[in-house]
Design a protein around this ligand. Structure first.
Ligand code: NFK
Length: 332
């Protein structure tokens, strides 16, 4: 860890993470853990090159007078890390790392209730921001919103590497991503040289969890399923916005069309694909294509889990996502 890493980490204090929405009045306001919001992970970086971290309260922290962890420390807990990458078509500034908050609440509540200890223990949670592509010309005035592939994946890898230098997300950890965040999760286990990058991770994740993911943009744009045909222009617009006009770049970047990448993921154990049949923005076909690719091109264990509701419900509610992540963690 460099002194630059140390001061970036220490620049954000730990704050108590309280149970804001517990059904049980007795639990409301209970400290579930400690939270750091928007920690800068890139030296001299912009507002979106930041990450959030949550650490479960330990038994010692139950004392209401228990001291807040030192801003320079990353308290160590037994168990596994989960890292989340949000979606929003590489451009929606209303969606950020904080979209993991409902899920983090459910997970840390389970830890506090004792159902998340032992084999299913959680060492920490992280959620990454990354620079976005412009949605309109006005966004070009904001240096956090002028990203073009591979800037998004570059930021994701930089955030992960930073967290690992601090001692988080080491060992056997889980990387989960929603929508274009699922695309980014799969890109994160490919050789960074594919993107002309040299970012070194201490370890890649052992499990990927793709939620309502985008896995083949060129295929969707060429022939969208009938019920989603009205979205073709929207897909073409955000795909060009993120990757440019060259279709071969889209194919090389998407995990269901990029060639023979599973060989580059030595740590890979398992892929969990989650999709809702009620998703009005991403068709189930994307999951099916990803599953077929993995069955043909890898010996990874591929599992499918259903979610309900529309595209964003899975992270807006967070209960089903927490359940899936707990199941994944207890299988490690
Ligand atoms: N609200 C988004 C739309 C969006 O996120 C989206 C639309 C269609 C398919 C996938 C999407 N998001 C994936 O990250 C936007 O502003 O473009």
């Amino acid at each position: 860890m460099s002194s630059q890493d140390r001061s970036a980490w220490a620049s954000i204090p730990w704050t108590p993470f309280a149970d804001g929405a517990s059904d049980s009045a007795a639990d409301a306001g209970k400290t579930l853990g400690w939270h750091k919001a928007r920690v800068p992970y890139a030296p001299g970086g912009v507002s979106l090159q930041t990450l959030d971290v949550w650490i479960p309260a330990s038994a010692d922290d139950d004392d209401p007078t228990g001291a807040v962890p030192d801003a320079g420390s990353l308290p160590s807990r037994p168990g596994h890390w989960i890292v989340f990458i949000h979606g929003g078509a590489w451009r929606d500034s209303k969606i950020s790392a904080s979209s993991f908050t409902p899920t983090a609440t459910h997970l840390l509540r389970a830890v506090a209730a004792g159902s998340g200890s032992g084999t299913g223990a959680i060492a920490g949670l992280a959620s990454l921001n990354y620079r976005l592509s412009p949605r309109s010309i006005y966004d070009l005035l904001d240096s956090a919103r002028t990203a073009k592939h591979p800037d998004h994946i570059n930021d994701v890898l930089s955030g992960l590497a930073f967290l690992q230098r601090l001692g988080g997300a080491t060992g056997t950890y889980v990387l989960a991503g929603h929508s274009c965040g699922a695309t980014l999760s799969f890109q994160a286990v490919m050789d960074p040289a594919r993107w002309g990058l040299a970012t070194v991770l201490a370890a890649k994740p052992a499990v990927l969890v793709g939620l309502n993911g985008l896995y083949d943009l060129a295929g969707f744009i060429a022939s969208p399923p009938a019920k989603y045909a009205h979205l073709r222009e929207a897909y073409a617009e955000f795909t060009r916005g993120a990757f440019g006009d060259d279709e071969s770049v889209w194919k090389a970047a998407c995990p269901a069309t990029a060639e023979s990448w599973p060989d580059e993921w030595k740590e890979g154990k398992r892929v969990v694909l989650v999709e809702s049949r009620e998703d009005s923005l991403v068709p189930y076909d994307q999951l099916e294509e990803m599953r077929a690719y993995l069955r043909t091109n890898s010996s990874l264990l591929v599992q499918e889990r259903e979610a309900t509701g529309d595209h964003d419900d899975v992270w807006e509610k967070g209960d089903r996502l927490a359940e899936i992540l707990q199941e994944v963690i207890s299988g490690l």
